[in-house]
Design a protein around this ligand. Structure first.
Ligand code: TYD
Length: 133
């Protein structure tokens, strides 16, 4: 099964412009308990480099574009996010790296839980050990 789970978002744009609304538990398969966004990323900067033990996320590039590398410890896939009308679900226990942010990139992330440092796996060799048992 593909690591990249694309999700088309409910688009309600009309002659006035674009509008997307996302509801937890119906449009995304989890309750949305936290929202954050990454923007004005400095040139050449990559982010992420971690996996989550439990957290699930929906990532949407609402402006500009960036590349997301997903890795489940067995295979890796790259996806470019460049539309406010769709996104990707990133499941738990998936290593992610965020690369190639455009100057105007705003990456919106909707997450299934509040921030918890103990949910992070920030060491790649530890991630491989845990994911390959
Ligand atoms: P960090 O985990 O380094 O971001 P990324 O992995 O996406 O590059 O987060 C940077 C800092 O912000 C770090 O000190 C943790 C904090 N933070 C929160 O307090 N709440 C959050 O929801 C997020 C995503 C980060």
């Amino acid at each position: 099964m593909s690591l990249v789970k694309r999700l088309d978002l409910p688009y309600m744009g009309d002659g006035r412009g674009g509008l997307v609304a996302v509801e937890g538990l119906s449009d995304v398969p989890f309750e949305i308990r936290r929202v954050y966004y990454i923007f004005k990323t400095e040139p050449g900067v990559s982010r992420g480099f971690h996996a989550h033990k439990e957290l699930k996320q929906l990532m949407v590039c609402v402006s500009g574009q960036c590349d997301i590398l997903l890795d489940d410890g067995k295979s890796k896939e790259n996806v470019t996010l460049n539309s406010p009308k769709n996104g990707i679900i990133v499941e738990s226990m998936v290593w992610r790296e965020l690369h190639n942010f455009s100057d105007d990139c705003v990456l919106l992330v909707m997450a299934s839980d509040p921030y918890s440092e103990s949910d992070y796996i920030r060491d790649y060799s530890e991630f491989l050990e845990i994911s390959n048992v």
